[in-house]
Design a protein. Sequence first.
Length: 95
Amino acid sequence: MWRYVGEDYLQRSGLWYAVVRPPQLLDEPGFVKSVRLQQGNPGGPGQIPREDLAAVMIEAMTSFHSLNTTFEIVSDPSHPAIAWRTELLELEADK
């Protein structure tokens, strides 16, 4: 609950941001499983290697497409390997 208070404050601050909501972080090699981005706080369990989360966060920080967005990230072996890059381009800005 408290993280949403911080996110709301950031969203109303007027600063540029990208909020990335990861699931449980794993200490295992990244880029082995595919990654999926989604919006709308679908919640639920999930896991992701720290290395994969870092790669998405770096890309989000350097892309205007993720400006003022909030999204979730999870590992998804059934997802195409680099589909997350396209999903990053299709994120909708927060309202």
